[in-house]
Structure formats: structure tokens, C-alpha cells
Design a protein around this ligand. Structure first.
Ligand code: ADE
Length: 322
């Protein structure tokens, strides 16, 4: 297999037509992109928010492709100081797309530089020299900022207000994920039957990144037995080995539910307490595990803490050791 095939980037759809799911969002984006191109203007700044793995980076690259613009990639944690951002902004060319992943992690001092860059395409930096300060303002070429965040609530209101297009990325439907798995299989020249693709989709927590990851592991199990195609039996056997149940819950989810239900009598329990019991970072619990458990209706977040619902209690009964 060639080196590039080990990298998921080649799987990513390049156009809105190729992109499966998020129908309303695609429709809106296609209108905004079409209108901006018609006016020969840059696209307004775009903010994507939602759980990880749903395609925020892919969509930023699609916007670049559809607009015929270069995409410059950056991430919130790597822009530590205003001068880091100034360096990135001063290198932009007209109509570039600047993608900032995890934009909620930008320090406040950096955000402030971003405000005038987004609003007037001006870069204002304060230079201190011999007990006095001077503001240096540089004109920037028009550009589109595409921000992505898993925590829209952590974004400051002034920053949020500067995005003209704000779109939520939702969990995918099972049928959409099955189509993504079939598309991925065809990229790898591998055959998978509809029933197996649907089974992978059902256990992928509404998330394409997880569906593609599971597909590759199931393919490993099939290859190991010299199978030329993925069968339903092989798929079920792989899930047993990987440790993902019929709802897509893994060891950490089950530990979370078990702690909440059996240790704390269904709650309410604070996030930090749960975190120390199950040995996962609070941030990880909030951004990776809880959104899907909430979606399944197994837990609720209340002011007093997390509580487990009847559905969680019933589901735990299907796991023998809980
Ligand atoms: N691969 C990952 N996400 C995808 C999507 N939404 N559509 C098509 N292929 C994908």
C-alpha cells in the first residue's frame, strides 16, 4: 500500500456534492459560496461548532476548494501570543481561507488582534518603546476566517459576533454513516455488504471519524483471515474483540455509566468527581463521551450534577459484569 493510503486525508470529500450528510448546512453553504462568488467577494467569516470528528476541518477545506482559495491551517493552542497571529495574518494572500481549529483556546490578547483583522482587514499591534506605546496598523488582504470549536459556550461574545455564518454540525444519521463507510471501502478497493456497513454505522456514535476508524479495524480482522470482503459475521466478531457494544459504547462509556448508576445511585454527581473515579480528563468527558450519552438519553446534565436515566440502568444490565 502506498504511504498516502495510510493517511485519512485522501478519504476526505473535496466538494459539497461529495460530502455525505448535514444536508441543511450544505444547502446553506452552497448558497453563501455561490452568492459570494457571484459578487466576486470573499465569503463572510464562518464558525463551525459541534462534537469532534464530525467534519469541521473537512468543511473548511471544501470551502477553500469551492471558492478556489488556498486554505491556511492554524489551531488555537498553537497561537500563543499576538505576534504569532500577526505572523500568520501578515502572510495571507487575497481571498485566502484562514482555518483556526479549536478557536475557543485562543488567549484573550490574541482574540483582540483578531477583532480588527476580521472586521476591517487591519492588523493593529501595539509597539512599546522607551516608556511609550505606539499602535502600528497594517492593511491586510481580504480573507475568510473559518473557525471550528467543540465548545461554542467558551467563545467570547465579541469574537462570536464577528462571524457572519455560524453553523452547528450535528451527529450523522445511521444511513449517512453507512454510505460514508461504503465510500471509504471503495477508496480502499475493499468490498463490504450493506448489512455490515449499517452495523458499523450503528456503532459509530454518529461520527464519521469513528465509522472510518472502525471500518479499518474490521478490515484488519478480515485481512488477517485472508478474506477478500467484509462479512456480517466477521463484523460482529470484530466488535466483540474491539470492545464496542451494539450502541457504540466502549469501555470508558460503560465505566462512566457504571460509576454514575452503581456507585452514586444514578446521581447527581459533579464532573470532577466522575472524572477522578473513571480516570478521564473532565474536558475529554465533556467533549467526547457525554455528548453521545446525552443524545442517547442515558444521562442528563443538571445544575446539581450528572444524573443517569432509566435507559442507562437498563443498558448496563446488558453488560454482564455491571
Ligand atoms: N468521510 C468523512 N466524512 C465524510 C462525509 N461527511 N462525507 C463523505 N465522506 C466522508
Amino acid at each position: 500500500m502506498s504511504a498516502i493510503k495510510d493517511n485519512d486525508i485522501f478519504l476526505r470529500p473535496k466538494t459539497l456534492d461529495e460530502y455525505i450528510g448535514q444536508e441543511k448546512l450544505k444547502q446553506n453553504l452552497s448558497i453563501y459560496i455561490g452568492a459570494a462568488k457571484h459578487r466576486k467577494e470573499t465569503l463572510d467569516h464562518v464558525l463551525f461548532y459541534g462534537p469532534p470528528g464530525l467534519g469541521k476541518t473537512t468543511l473548511a477545506n471544501i470551502i477553500g476548494n469551492e471558492m478556489g482559495s488556498k486554505v491556511v491551517l492554524a489551531s488555537g493552542p498553537s497561537i500563543e501570543k499576538p505576534c504569532d497571529l500577526a505572523g500568520i495574518l501578515s502572510e495571507l494572500e487575497p481571498n485566502n481561507i484562514l482555518f483556526i481549529d479549536e478557536i475557543h483556546r485562543l488567549p484573550h490578547s490574541v482574540e483582540e488582534v483578531l477583532y480588527s483583522a476580521m472586521e476591517d482587514f487591519k492588523l493593529s499591534i501595539i509597539i512599546s518603546r522607551e516608556n511609550s506605546c505606539k499602535t502600528l496598523t497594517i492593511d491586510l488582504p481580504p480573507f475568510t476566517l473559518v473557525g471550528a470549536t467543540t465548545k461554542i459556550g467558551s467563545l467570547s461574545s465579541p469574537l462570536r459576533a464577528r462571524f457572519g455564518i455560524i453553523e452547528k454540525i450535528n451527529f450523522y444519521k445511521v444511513e449517512e454513516l453507512a454510505k460514508i463507510v461504503e465510500r471509504t471501502a471503495s477508496f480502499y478497493n475493499f468490498t463490504i455488504d450493506k448489512k455490515s456497513a449499517l452495523e458499523i454505522a450503528k456503532r459509530s456514535r454518529g461520527t464519521p471519524r469513528i465509522a472510518n476508524r472502525i471500518f479499518k479495524r474490521v478490515r484488519d480482522f478480515a485481512h488477517y483471515k485472508n478474506l477478500k470482503r467484509i462479512t456480517y459475521e466477521k463484523t460482529l466478531e470484530s466488535f466483540e474483540n474491539i470492545g464496542i457494544d451494539e450502541l457504540g459504547l466502549d469501555y470508558v462509556d460503560i465505566k462512566y455509566l457504571d460509576t454514575l448508576v452503581n456507585r452514586f445511585n444514578c446521581g447527581p454527581v459533579g464532573l470532577d468527581t466522575l472524572s477522578s473515579y473513571i480516570g478521564e480528563e473532565p474536558e475529554n468527558i465533556e467533549q467526547v463521551y457525554e455528548p453521545y450519552l446525552l443524545k442517547l438519553g442515558m444521562i442528563d446534565k443538571t445544575i446539581k450534577g450528572r444524573i443517569a436515566n432509566k435507559k442507562a440502568v437498563e443498558h448496563l444490565k446488558t453488560h454482564n459484569n455491571c
